[in-house]
Design a protein around this ligand. Sequence first.
Ligand SMILES: [Zn+2]
Length: 121
Amino acid sequence: MHELSICQSLIDQVEQIALTHGAQSVESVKLKVGPLSGVEPLLLQHAYPYASAGTLAAESTLVIELAPLKVSCETCGAETEAEPSWLVCGACGSCHTRLVSGDEMILMSVELITAEGTNHV
Ligand SMILES: [Zn+2]
């Protein structure tokens, strides 16, 4: 299952951060996912408890923020939002566009429980 392996590498990354900061556990993980990232947010949510079981992130919540799909137009220079299946300029309709955002999966922040309390990194 594709999303489970994505989740496992995400948990690896989160655990590294938690260990670096001497955290006791992870409270929440915030992720930004674009519509062209190839990741299905719902499946990621389902896979998360399995991937995090037995790790410092076992009790944590996965928060997924959807990134907008944006293209920059090479004809008129406008930056507009587009549909995943139809990457045309929203201003002039040109198909000579460049993807600005929408294919990313970024770890935005991690909320950690440390001896001093809650810590956002
Ligand atoms: Zn345009």
